[in-house]
Design a protein around this ligand. Structure first.
Ligand code: MRU
Length: 331
């Protein structure tokens, strides 16, 4: 995803190190896709341990888990997937390494498949919120490229497209890494969706022109109170939407809910290199040499700005302290 839209190239990752690098360098990105990659990554990490005793296997698993979890801090789906893989090991004490490997492989494939179903279900719950001809604003890329299929924020768009709704989707370019321009505009326009790219600072103007009926964004981690961390700039979109009286929805699988974080203040925010702001994408630096730069990769949208959180189990509405635990409780 660092080469798109200029080059479409599939890469094959064979080792834990390659998976870690791919996540760290954003070759694979987007919360659900990071989780899926990490699940495959820990299976790859354990493959060389096919002949060791259980205790040693469990020890090496823990090391690999900690390593892969360190690739990126904000999307909870990364740790969620690794913890799910861990339960395979802790739930089969004494099993041979080769059977554990088979079980781990099956679990990683299951995580991948389940994400596809979750994304489709998110779209099915979101679809009734849309009417033909509506304008939708989205931020960053919470599309097919960030998940196994359909995306989260884009899922209803694809379902509406199949039904001939003629939606108009506006993509924030999403400074500084341009996921909206490079990825969302790329995947939606290729799918034949009526797609318009805007700079991040144009959203409020378009809202004032009446072009935006609803905002759908993805999310990297949802706290117990409904505060939601997503790509930097999402908070501005939500504030603008509230100002203009436009509904703002977070679309995310339940694996993005982290009850261990009481509020958004508990969510770790990744800080990325200054060079992404000053130099990347420019032919020469666009800032004075040595200027102090802040580059937080995510921000937290307060629960009070979120109209609803659309998951594969339905739409959670405020108060989120009550609706999110219902989403999480076994069905
Ligand atoms: O830094 P990124 O590109 O990984 O950030 C991605 C986002 O913020 C997405 O909106 C989020 O992960 C949801 S993807 C379905």
């Amino acid at each position: 995803q660092t080469l798109l839209p200029g080059e479409v190239k599939y890469i094959r990752l064979r080792t834990q190190q390659e998976v870690w690098d791919a996540i760290y360098l954003l070759k694979v990105r987007g919360a659900p896709a990071i989780g899926i990659a990490a699940a495959y990554g820990i299976y790859l990490a354990m493959k060389p341990a096919a002949a060791v005793a259980y205790a040693r296997f469990a020890e090496r698993f823990e090391e690999a888990l900690n390593y892969l979890a360190s690739a990126r801090p904000t999307a909870v789906n990364l740790v969620w997937a690794l913890e799910r893989m861990k339960r395979v090991v802790t739930g089969n004490v004494g099993e041979s390494a080769s059977s554990l490997l088979t079980l781990l492989k099956e679990e990683s494939l299951r995580i991948h498949r389940e994400d596809e179903h979750a994304c489709r279900a998110i779209g099915q719950y979101a679809l009734p919120l849309l009417k033909p001809g509506m304008g939708i604003l989205t931020h960053c890329n919470a599309g097919r490229l960030a998940t196994s299929k359909y995306g989260t924020a884009t899922s209803a768009v694809y379902l509406a497209q199949e039904r001939g709704y003629g939606l108009k989707v506006y993509c924030d370019e999403t400074r500084p890494l341009l996921q909206g321009a490079r990825l969302t505009a790329f995947e939606l326009s290729r799918a034949g969706v009526d797609t318009t790219l805007i700079c991040d600072n144009m959203a409020s103007h378009l809202m004032s022109e009446g072009l935006i009926d609803v905002v759908f964004t993805g999310c990297d981690r949802i706290a117990a109170n409904g505060d939601a961390a997503n790509k930097i700039g999402t908070l501005s979109v939500a504030v603008n939407a509230a100002y203009h009286g436009i509904p703002f929805y977070i679309c995310a699988p339940i694996s993005s809910i982290d009850p261990a974080c009481k509020t958004g203040a508990d969510i770790p925010i990744e800080e990325r290199p200054a060079q992404e702001v000053t130099d990347m994408w420019f032919q020469k630096s666009m800032a004075p040499p040595g200027i102090r730069v802040r580059n937080p990769a995510f921000d937290v949208t307060g629960a009070n700005l979120i109209t609803g959180i659309i998951t594969e189990r339905g739409i959670a509405k405020p108060p989120y302290e009550r609706s999110l635990p219902e989403m999480l409780s076994p069905i």
